[in-house]
Write a protein that binds this ligand. Structure first.
Ligand code: SF4
Length: 331
């Protein structure tokens, strides 16, 4: 591991003072950053520990929105009564991720910014990887792509965005408050992550001196009738092969609004507006749910080993829709 310096500011302004150092990285729960430093993928010259900033570890439940501070842990958010009742899709996306020990440490903002689990990216410089070493190529394109993307890939990178929480947030049209040296701005979570294009090493639209302070989630009837359905190789401590975050507003069995986002299959959290539109005005039964799943995966571009995700994902969307419908106050 390369040597690095360390600072622990106690205010937002203090963060920017030390974050301007070359090669600085923000440290919160550390569950991703330490991991990548040990692998030699992240080599920061300076760590800015933000865990002493007051007020960023609170959850606030207002009439129309839930607000999560950046430093709230995954386990605290997933167990919060307002989250469980008003937006089960959020609680489930967190409780189905990682292990209990990791959830106790990992923060919500850090979780949003986690990096891909592509084995070529993580396992050393002997494999070409444009994300790890820009311009070196992509070993996955002609290699083992079982866990790689069906949507949003490019000739430079087909790595899946691995998170669950961001997928649930995208389904609910969540936003993040971001603070940098030029002040505050608000970003939609669905637009926080970049498509890889020719620059897969650039993963978000955040500037180097920006930090997420809050995550805001509008909630109402859409949040209540929601679920995060995750299919994985084993039932705990595994990343999604396919996942579907679904939120519904039903009126006597008819769909007034549907929101669907996919995880485990795309280079960033992936909303499927065509599937949402296909459901609008429909009576939600199993046939309509399966048709929405087929529409959701109609534009999938499988590689050599990941074509099985199309059928799996179609069924996952259908199952998620039926689970969410059961939670609707107006079925
Ligand atoms: Fe690297 Fe992306 Fe290719 Fe994986 S898919 S080897 S992360 S460039």
């Amino acid at each position: 591991m390369r040597p690095f310096t360390y600072a622990r500011p106690t205010s937002i302004d203090g963060i920017h003072a030390v974050q301007s150092a070359t090669g600085a990285r923000i440290l919160a729960g550390g569950t991703t950053l330490y991991d990548l430093m040990k692998l030699g993928i992240e080599t920061p010259g300076h760590l800015v520990d933000v865990t002493s900033i007051a007020g960023l570890d609170e959850i606030r439940s207002h009439q129309d929105e839930l607000i999560f501070g950046a430093l709230v842990t995954m386990s605290d958010a997933s167990a919060h009564p307002a989250v469980l009742q008003r937006a089960p899709v959020l609680a489930e996306s967190l409780s189905k991720a990682a292990s209990q020990q990791l959830r106790n440490m990992a923060t919500l903002a850090g979780n949003l910014l986690q990096r891909t689990r592509c084995a070529y990216f993580r396992n050393g410089p002997e494999y070409p990887c444009n994300k790890r070493m820009p311009g070196s190529g992509c070993a996955a394109l002609d290699g083992l792509d079982r866990g790689h993307a069906l949507f949003g890939g490019s000739r430079s990178c087909i790595a899946v965005y691995p998170g669950d929480w961001a997928v649930a947030l995208a389904a609910l049209d969540a936003t993040v408050d971001v603070h940098g040296s030029r002040g505050m701005r608000t970003l939609e979570v669905a637009n926080l992550h970049r498509l890889p294009g020719d620059t897969p090493h650039l993963e978000t639209v955040l500037e180097p001196d920006e930090m997420i302070l809050n995550i805001r989630v509008p909630v109402g009837r859409l949040g209540q009738a929601s679920t995060y359905h995750k299919i994985r190789d084993r039932e705990s401590y595994a990343f999604a092969l396919v996942s579907a975050a679904v939120a519904l507003e039903l009126d006597d069995g008819m769909v007034r609004q549907a929101r669907i986002a996919l995880g485990g299959v795309a280079t960033r959290p992936w909303r499927v507006p065509a599937a949402e539109a296909a459901l609008a005005g429909q009576r939600l039964d199993r046939a309509a749910a399966l048709e929405a799943g087929r529409v959701a995966f109609a534009d999938a571009r499988p590689g050599l080993h990941n074509g099985f995700k199309v059928a799996l994902g179609t069924a996952a969307v259908a199952d998620a829709l039926m689970i969410a419908a059961e939670r609707s106050p107006s079925r």
